[in-house]
Design a protein around this ligand. Structure first.
Ligand code: NAD
Length: 295
């Protein structure tokens, strides 16, 4: 999709929903081929603790997408008051199951449960979120096996939009373990020159204005306006922020879309940008885990 800015420069809106559909289509074919060749059907297990409405919707969307791609999937739904031991027993059982190639424990967990202990307990070869320290180490040493889904989805978008990223200056805003740090690592491995901007960075706008690729993963609604953006940059907006406009709830990104679209070459919308790609990459990681098991 292209939109005209006031200066009549066409700006490409990167359609994450359409791209995710393409990815799912490609993976469905691959899954069918595996099954025809007598290889295992990739299996995804999602563990949900409690009734958090957002987590429940995310899990439902993940399972729907897995089924569309022809995966075997199941949900282990535990009570919000379950003990650490109960949750750990479920993870151990899933680690041992031959028909499960990917395990995802939906975060955040209720406060009385230790997320770190659960992440560290998941078999790294089934860790499709890519959060286990083994997978973090493999990514940062250039031997990536399973990479966090959101940055993987962003890379897929950048590669399809820009081709070779070598020599580009990429600025990542945010340094979280789930988005910012793995994103910076992936861009580095794609031969970008990478800068990371975070909450203590001095003059973040000036640094961001040097970026050919700007990735915003902050969690502050519409923080990035056109003063942060170099003309012709490609802007990936990871943020999902709920704001209230005239009593109505609306989702916006970390980027002020209308303002930045005037200046950049391409931009992802919120919703409909990075979000659908994150789910598609979860399926991709489950397929990757199944293929790695075959080797
Ligand atoms: P986080 O809170 O863990 O990290 C935010 C980072 O932003 C921190 O590293 C912090 O240093 C930095 N930061 C905060 N204020 C800043 C400022 N004023 N200037 C520069 N840097 C600043 O968040 P996260 O988990 O990385 O998520 C970031 C956003 O992405 C959130 O809105 C989250 O909902 C969204 N998200 C979306 C998806 C998706 O699939 N689209 C997936 C994960 C996260």
């Amino acid at each position: 999709m292209q939109i005209k800015t006031p200066t009549e420069t066409p700006v490409k809106v990167i359609d994450g929903r359409q791209l995710a559909d393409v990815l799912i289509e490609e993976m469905t074919q691959e899954v069918n081929e595996r099954i025809q060749q007598g290889l295992s059907q990739p299996g995804l297990a999602v563990v949900l603790v409690g009734e958090d409405p957002a987590s429940t919707i995310y899990v439902r969307n993940k399972i729907r997408c897995a089924e569309k791609a022809g995966l075997f999937s199941l949900v282990k739904h535990l009570d919000a008051s379950c003990t650490q031991k109960t949750l750990e027993d479920v993870v151990v059982e899933l680690n041992e199951r031959e028909d499960i190639h990917g395990i995802l424990v939906q975060l955040p967990l209720p406060q009385h449960l230790s997320e770190a202990r659960i992440i560290n307990l998941i078999d790294p070869t089934k860790d499709i979120d890519g959060f286990h320290p083994v997978n973090v180490g493999l990514l940062s040493s250039g031997q990536a096996k399973l990479v966090p889904c959101t940055p993987l989805g962003c890379m897929e978008m950048l590669n399809r939009e820009m081709g070779d990223l070598s020599g580009k200056h990429a600025v990542v805003i945010g340094r979280s373990n789930i988005v910012g740090k793995p994103m910076a690592n992936l861009l580095l491995q794609a031969n970008c020159t990478v800068s990371i901007v975070h909450s203590k960075t001095l003059e973040p706008e000036a640094l961001c204005r040097q970026a050919d690729i700007l990735v915003a993963a902050v969690g502050v609604a519409e923080l990035v306006d056109k003063n942060w953006v170099k003309p012709g940059a490609v802007v990936i907006d990871v943020g999902i922020n709920a704001i209230d406009i005239d009593g109505k709830r609306k989702l916006v990104g970390d980027v002020n879309f209308a303002d930045v679209a005037e200046k950049c070459r391409a931009i992802t919308p919120v919703p409909g940008g990075v979000g659908p790609m994150t789910i598609a990459c979860l399926i991709k990681n489950t397929l990757t885990a199944a293929k790695q098991r075959d080797m």
